[in-house]
Structures are given as C-alpha cells and as structure tokens.
Design a protein around this ligand. Structure first.
Ligand code: GDP
Length: 177
C-alpha cells in the first residue's frame, strides 16, 4: 500500500452540502473510488472518504465529508463544518428547488464554517439535458454574485467530477501554502 511511503504534507477537509438526492454521495464515490452505484443508499452512514493526490509536488490528503442523509432531518451539525477548508454546494440541474435552496445552504455554511472557506457551486446531473430546470446562466450569475467557483458535473457519466475536486483543492492549496 504505497501511501505508507509518502509523508502527508496537507490534509484538507471538504464538506458536501445541498438537498437530499442531488447526488452528493455519488459525486464522492466517483471522485474517491471512481464508482457510481444506482442503489445509492448502500453507502449511507459513511462519514467521509479520503483521496491522496499530488499538488505542486506536495502530498495532499483530501478528506471529503458527506452528510450521509443528515440533511433530511435538518440535522447537519456544526461539527460537520468544523475544520472544513472547502465546501461544495450541490444542486440538481433538473430540480429547481434544489437550486433555489442554495442561498439557504450558503447562509448556513457562512454561519458555521471558517470565513476563509473556499466554496464551489456544483450543478450535478448535467447528463439529464432534456430534463434541465436550471439554466447554466442562472447558476453562473448566482456564483458570481456570491463569489463562488462554479461547475456543472455528472457523477453518472463522470463529467467534470475530477476537475471540480481538483479545482477546489488547488485553490485551497494556494491559500494555505
Ligand atoms: P445525495 O442524497 O445528495 O447523496 O444523492 P445520491 O448521491 O444518493 O443520488 C441521488 C439519486 O440521484 C440516486 O438515484 C443517484 O443514482 C442519482 N444520481 C446521482 N448523481 C447523478 C448524475 O450525475 N446523473 C444522474 N442521471 N443521476 C444521478
């Protein structure tokens, strides 16, 4: 197991937030294990997964946290946000309410997390083009206004998932190094 040979230079905690069923668990599975499971809830209860990568010749361990369904009970606690240096605000491009709730999630995030946290807005399920309910421009406008990074992804088709995580992790690295 090669990881023993590396010293870890940085550990970055990144939290996933957003409404239930937007694809948070699948985005994490895609990034950490390159998996997608149709029966998503097999992974319920998993708190975080890690992936070690090299950024600028440093070994960075990304620790990505999933709400594991807590959001359904409005029970995402401050412990969840504690120590987070990055956050991905995830909505489903086919469900307008999940996008409209981004402002609420952002407010919660700003209330609980460190004020220097790097935030990225993610419009997931971009493979479902015909069912789209949130125009890309609406999200771009929101992201610009709130000073967020923005990307559309598909955990199913693997579109932009790696890029999104790499972008946020690289930005975090730039801030701390
Ligand atoms: P969570 O509650 O936010 O963690 O959402 P899940 O990851 O459990 O995903 C909810 C549902 O959306 C599941 O049925 C997934 O298979 C599906 N899903 C997740 N990501 C995608 C995606 O990129 N495209 C499509 N078409 N379905 C997805």
């Amino acid at each position: 197991y090669g990881e023993y040979n590396h010293k870890i230079d940085y550990v970055f905690k990144v939290v996933l937030v957003g409404d239930s069923a937007v694809g948070k668990t699948q985005l994490l599975a895609r990034f950490a294990k390159n998996q997608f499971s149709v029966d998503s809830k097999a992974t319920i209860g998993v708190e975080f997964q890690t992936k070690t990568l090299i950024i600028d010749k440093k070994t960075v361990k990304a620790q990505i946290w999933d709400t594991a369904g807590q959001e359904r009970y409005r029970a995402v606690t401050s412990a969840y946000y504690r120590g987070a240096v990055g956050a991905m605000l995830v909505y489903d491009v086919t469900r307008r309410p999940s996008f409209d709730n981004m402002a609420k999630w952002l407010e919660e995030l700003r209330g609980h997390a460190d004020k220097n946290i790097v935030v990225m807005l993610i419009g997931n399920k971009c493979d479902l083009g015909t069912l789209r309910a949130v125009p890309t421009e609406d999200a771009e406008e929101f992201a610009q206004r709130e000073n967020l990074f923005f990307m559309e992804t598909s955990a199913l088709e693997s579109t932009n998932v790696e890029t999104a995580f790499l972008t946020i992790l690289t930005e975090i690295y730039r801030l701390v190094s």
